[in-house]
Ligand binder design. Structure first.
Ligand SMILES: Nc1ncnc2c1ncn2[C@@H]1O[C@H](COP(=O)(O)OP(=O)(O)OP(=O)(O)O)[C@@H](O)[C@H]1O
Length: 303
């Protein structure tokens, strides 16, 4: 297990992390989500020894991370850290050697990852001459080239085109299949939902929701009701007790019901306006869970 356990961190009077805990099992992918400034980068930097926690620790296989263990981690920092003048293959080989590979396997790993991430033709280019997206691919290759036991990636998908996203997603899934625990932060919740076994949503330094996406969605089901009444006048549901209109478009209405609100009263109201063609509870999407978790301080959801 990769365990983040009770991380606390303040910068001056600012409490940036307030007891952040989560675990990532070998062979699983954890999506680390949260608003800008929530503390994701700080959490990852603490894991990598680039910032010091005031309390708490990060463990891999029950051992607190030290510099030797960190060498086994493939890390992609938010501030991209490449040597701008080095050529792609040379750089990747160098980094693989820093992770302990011999010269020949390091060169092979560099070629392999350059190819896998679509950089085959750029192998001999200097990094600073690459487009931003391609520099990003080199940075990802740099995290993967040392045969990591663990991957910690800070916004690895940002700036990639859809082909790059697919190449990286496939590479990460392959690592997961090989037993590597992967943590990545992202604002691309569709990707998180597609790829991750579990997610954590951080808000103001606290994990406000954590668990498998399907369980979080199920747990929050029973509050969103979709009602389709093609001929209903706009605003038909406004004012029903315990009901908030989340969205309404051409007779297709999404309602959020407070605990104890009467769904049958909603149905009766809908029927008074016309023929009801759809009436069903709907599980929230990850985006809706995110908005809810980030908007409501103190409301923790764990699956
Ligand atoms: N070295 C530092 N000194 C002072 N404050 C810092 C420092 N590093 C981070 N912070 C503050 O800590 C908070 C959390 O920042 P962090 O970068 O961890 O958030 P994040 O969740 O990664 O955000 P984003 O999604 O925007 O990348 C922010 O308020 C930030 O300003």
């Amino acid at each position: 297990m990769l365990e983040f356990d009770g991380l606390c961190k303040s910068y001056g009077a600012d409490r940036v992390l307030d007891g952040v805990s989560f675990t990532v099992a070998p062979g699983s992918m954890f999506g680390f989500c949260g608003a800008n400034g929530a503390g994701k980068t700080t959490t990852m930097r603490i894991a990598m020894g680039l910032a010091r926690a005031d309390a708490g620790e990060v463990r891999w296989r029950r051992r607190p991370l030290d510099q030797a263990l960190r060498r086994r981690i493939g890390y992609m920092p938010e501030e991209r850290g490449l040597y701008p003048r080095m050529r792609v293959a040379e750089q990747l080989t160098y980094l693989a050697r820093l992770h302990g590979l011999d010269a020949a396997p390091a060169a092979r790993a560099a070629d392999h990852w350059a190819e896998r991430l679509g950089l085959g033709e750029r192998r001999r280019d200097q990094v600073e001459k690459l487009s931003l997206g391609n520099q990003q691919r080199v940075q990802l290759a740099a995290a993967l080239v040392g045969r990591p036991e663990v991957l910690i990636l800070d916004e690895p998908f940002s700036g990639l085109d859809p082909v790059g996203v697919d190449a990286l997603a496939e590479a990460l899934l392959e690592q997961v299949r090989g037993g590597v625990p992967v943590v990545f932060s992202s604002h691309q919740l569709d990707l998180v939902e597609r790829l991750c076994d579990a997610v954590g949503i951080l808000a103001r330094g606290t994990m406000v929701a954590a668990g498998p996406v399907a369980e979080l969605r199920r747990r929050e089901a029973g509050r969103l009701l979709r009602v389709v009444v093609p001929d209903a006048p706009a605003g038909w549901a406004a004012g029903l007790p315990g009901v908030r209109v989340a969205s309404e478009r051409a007779g297709d209405t999404l309602l959020e019901l407070a605990a104890g609100a009467d769904d049958q009263a909603v149905l009766a109201a809908a029927l008074r306006t016309g023929r009801v063609t759809h009436f069903a509870w709907r599980e929230p999407t990850l985006v809706e869970l995110f908005r809810e978790a980030v908007a409501a301080p103190g409301r923790a959801v764990a699956a």
